[in-house]
Design a protein around this ligand. Structure first.
Ligand code: LMR
Length: 395
């Protein structure tokens, strides 16, 4: 039965981890998968997480199931983080949180929910988008289409995006990146979010906002601008959120699918369906990551430590963006790659072609996604000159 099964290439992003580990070049640089790295190239456990884990170890009394929606305490701490503590959405009890195995798990829940409860709705993603969006939505049986996002000159194509969204069939689902657009790093301004909101209303679209990098762009609240604007001005909205990056708990698989409905009654109806979808996928989410996040956000002291660490990470990345463009100056390439200093989040669409990316890997041991996406957190004061020299060599 297995004879006709073909071997396929591994995932383009995750495959880079293994390729990088096998490379013996002492100067190798990993700009692949989206994990934060400190100045030493490590992805350390955050101090707040370590402290929360110590408390959990002491105080945890059971490892019994936590239910298909996850721990209700996790739901309680996630809502103010996403919507803001004074949000009218919380006041009106219009939002439901379903804890999920990472942001990826939340996306699959959203996709299955759309497939079963909103049959026939197409789903629209930016071009480019995180490649796994395509896999997840298609695996769930959704009809997938794309709207433009980055132009041929490697700039945000807002006019193209807006024009395309105006043509989306009434009632379809449109996927937006809340901040730190993956893979491009180009984010919408507040004025642009407002324009998109008007079109979403006009076309009666259901937005699905993917919020995987809260805190990595301009700040926890700043990065939530689009999410909060939409939640406060629309009756219905889906949000997929992740704690992988901002709590650095990648392997603990901690995320949430958040549904905003017109009123509490409709929210509870939708929520009941989310429980079924979760049950059919994995029953109950893993609990540890959610427990860590809850422990941190319920404690003013730990939350302050966590915010400080997150600010350090964000500032480091944004500083490296500037330093990288400065390092390209001696090669006359600073203007060409100036967008890297303006983009936000872990990723930059560098504008490097697949052939250039291949040369960087083969000749310099520099690893990034073939689309030209670089994980900026892989830059460091030590490797900036090496990177600049390598990029000059392939230009
Ligand atoms: C990335 O885009 O590198 C991250 O979101 C990790 C992943 O799962 O692809």
């Amino acid at each position: 039965m297995f004879e006709p099964i073909q071997r396929v290439p591994g995932d383009a992003i995750l495959g880079l981890i293994e390729a990088f580990n096998q490379d013996t070049n002492p100067n190798k640089v990993d700009l692949g998968v989206g994990v934060y790295r400190d100045a030493q190239g490590n992805t350390p456990v955050m101090r707040a997480v370590k402290q929360a884990e110590a408390l959990l170890l002491d105080n945890q009394t059971t490892k019994t199931y936590i239910g298909s929606h996850g721990d209700p305490r996790y739901g309680q701490v996630i809502q103010p983080l996403i919507f803001g503590a004074d949000s009218p959405v919380l006041e009106a009890r219009r939002a439901s949180v379903t804890q999920s195995p990472g942001g990826t798990g939340a996306l699959r829940l959203a996709a299955d929910f759309i497939h079963t409860q909103l049959p026939g709705k197409g789903i629209w993603v930016s071009d480019p988008t995180w490649p796994n969006h395509l896999g997840i939505f298609q695996a769930a049986g959704l009809k997938l289409s794309k709207y433009p996002y980055v132009d041929a000159e490697n700039r945000l194509d807002f006019d193209g995006m807006l024009a395309a969204i105006k043509q989306i069939p009434v009632g379809d689902v449109v996927v937006l990146h809340a901040c730190c657009h993956n893979p491009s790093g180009f984010d919408l301004s507040q004025a642009q979010w407002r324009e998109v909101l008007e079109v979403v209303k006009e076309r009666e679209l259901l937005p699905l906002i993917d919020f995987a990098y809260q805190g990595f762009g301009d700040g926890l609240d700043e990065d939530a601008f689009g999410v909060r604007l939409f939640a406060e001005n629309l009756d219905e909205l889906l949000i997929t959120s992740s704690c992988s990056k901002n709590f650095g708990i990648y392997s603990e698989r901690t995320g949430a699918l958040i549904a905003v409905a017109k009123n509490t009654e409709q929210m509870e109806n939708v929520r009941s369906q989310m429980a079924i979808v979760a049950r059919e996928n994995y029953s109950n989410p893993p609990s540890h990551g959610g427990a860590v996040v809850t422990e941190i956000l319920e404690s003013a002291e730990l939350a302050a430590v966590w915010r400080e660490e997150l600010t350090e990470m964000r500032n480091r990345i944004n500083g490296l963006r500037q330093d990288f463009v400065a390092a390209l100056k001696p090669y006359g390439l600073d203007a060409k790659y100036a967008c890297i200093a303006e983009q936000r989040g872990m990723f930059s669409y560098t504008g490097l072609t697949p052939t250039q990316v291949d040369r960087l890997r083969d000749e310099f041991g520099i690893y990034m996604v073939r689309s030209g996406r670089a994980n900026v957190a892989g830059f460091s004061t030590e490797n900036l000159d090496y990177l600049a020299k390598a990029i000059a060599a392939v230009n």
